[in-house]
Design a protein around this ligand. Structure first.
Ligand code: ZN
Length: 153
């Protein structure tokens, strides 16, 4: 019986294979047929069936920002509640001078502080901005293992 030279043979069972798997069998890389891949760990799948057609790095970043009119909002809400600046300061645990700075627009409150104002005064100070970053369109081309490795590097 004469083997066909052009075809690959499975190194495990000798079967003719067109698309060998590279399989690590106890430390030795062998080219095996589909039936024999269970004897080891697949390193490479047959290149023809690799479909890495969706490399989609999508990152929605939510950025929290303080509303531009924070000073007015805080002042109005405080006055509505007939609170003095020192009362408000006491309620949310900050210095009166800080309230003064914030209400005069001289200082933008930190997110933490803004959240305290929001909670105590029932106002909305923090606005969420959604940014889409690094959006890469799906690559419909079939990639080889080599391409994938290059991308990862
Ligand atoms: Zn085999």
């Amino acid at each position: 019986m004469i083997n066909q030279v052009s075809a690959m043979n499975c190194e495990m069972c000798g079967r003719n294979i067109e698309n060998p798997y590279d399989v690590n069998v106890e430390g030795v890389v062998m080219q095996l047929c589909k039936n024999c891949i269970r004897f080891g760990t697949i390193i490479n799948k047959p290149k023809s069936i690799i479909k890495a057609n969706k490399i989609d790095i999508k990152k929605d970043e939510i950025t929290e920002v303080i509303a531009e009119d924070f000073a007015v909002k805080i002042k109005n809400a405080r006055e509505l509640r007939q609170l003095m600046q020192k009362d408000l300061a006491k309620e949310i645990g900050v210095k009166e001078s800080l309230i003064h700075k914030v209400e005069s627009g001289g200082m933008e409150p930190s997110l933490d502080l803004a959240k305290k104002f929001e909670k105590f005064l029932s106002i909305k100070l923090i606005e969420k901005q959604k940014e889409e970053l690094n959006k890469i369109k799906s690559n419909k081309n079939t990639l080889t293992i080599g391409d994938i490795l290059n991308i990862k590097q």
